[in-house]
Design a protein around this ligand. Sequence first.
Ligand code: ATP
Ligand code: MG
Length: 392
Amino acid sequence: METNSFLIKYAEIGVKGKNRYKFEDALVKRIRQVLYGLTGNFEVYKSQGRIMVDASGFDQDEVVAALKKVFGIVGICPVKVFEVSDYDTLKSDVVSYMKDKYEGKSFTFKVKTRRIDKNFPRTSPAINMDLGELILKALPTLSVDVHEPQVEVFVEIRDKIYVYSEIIPGPGGMPSGTAGKAMLLLSGGIDSPVAGYMIGKRGVDLEAVYFHAPPYTSDRAKQKVVDLAAIVAQYTGRIKLHVINFTDIQMYIYETCPHDQLTIIMRRYMMRIAQKLAEDGGCLGLITGESIAQVASQTMHSLMATNAVCTIPVYRPCIGMDKQEIIDRSQQIGSYETSILPYEDCCTIFVAKHPVTKPSVAAMEKSEKRLAERIDELVATALETDEIIEVG
Ligand code: ATP
Ligand code: MG
């Protein structure tokens, strides 16, 4: 009997000592989630220190695309599984696997056998030799290279015989749900979805907050952020997105504070509100898409002024990346095309011609004193009217 399976390779989880099972269980859970709803029947389970997905009636490209979005996976190996029988059957099974997959192709290969079932009546090197010869005879367009083969044919003799020769790279990282939760400040730009992806890749679950400024920012701009959250959620799993109406706060700052400080003061209020939502939601930090020197509001001075209002950690995974590196990553994760849709951004609408590039914390605090009369009430109202959208 022959079945189709995927052998899931994971790396870092392997070194987690006695907590290893928690990471494996989280990975199994996440794999089940991404396969749920795809065509086919899937069984995901742990077996002998590995994770297997047995599958029937499925579309391989669809399954691989889904597994490529699961953090924690470093390799996806489509496997043919054969029952353990005698040596001749093993040989003909492996040859038929090679013929099905590679008939007419030409490349160098090497067979790598692992014999976990030591009762099998041949040693691994002997099996490698025999199989190599038989494959060459059946597929004369191939050749053997034991030092630098283009393809390695893995034959694992366990409770069953597992044959595979392709390792499709996964995203790496740690499985979602293994590191706590953080609050992503998600704008409609290129950087913040990348930032969410990168922290999510370490196993962190995400909530997100978007500061919306209607009517200056349109419903289409908001929908774009919802779409971006959904793209990030394909990797991280479900995201609770808070849409905070920021218009009155922004107008009040605009009317009351020096215009060249507007962006930084706005950003400080965004951070304060995000932090409140984070604390209420059990998040252990904030995430932004900031990158040093990208724009005036992201000089070291500006970052310091923004950061000064935060008492929980702020994670800025793009901080040392060049714009092109961030763009490359956004293309790879699939958020770029959505990020560049040309809808207005609440920060750009009121932006000063010559914003401060070296704001001091003291100067910001001084300007914010002018807001004393109404700001607490406006922040409270913004939090009360929080619109929650679940994506993913
Ligand atoms: P992005 O491409 O992520 O929009 P950006 O280069 O446009 O970043 P800024 O607009 O200065 O940079 O914003 C810096 C960071 O502040 C963003 O990456 C995001 O984390 C947060 N941020 C900015 N505007 C908003 C908003 N309207 N809602 C939520 N977060 C925001
Ligand atoms: Mg932006």
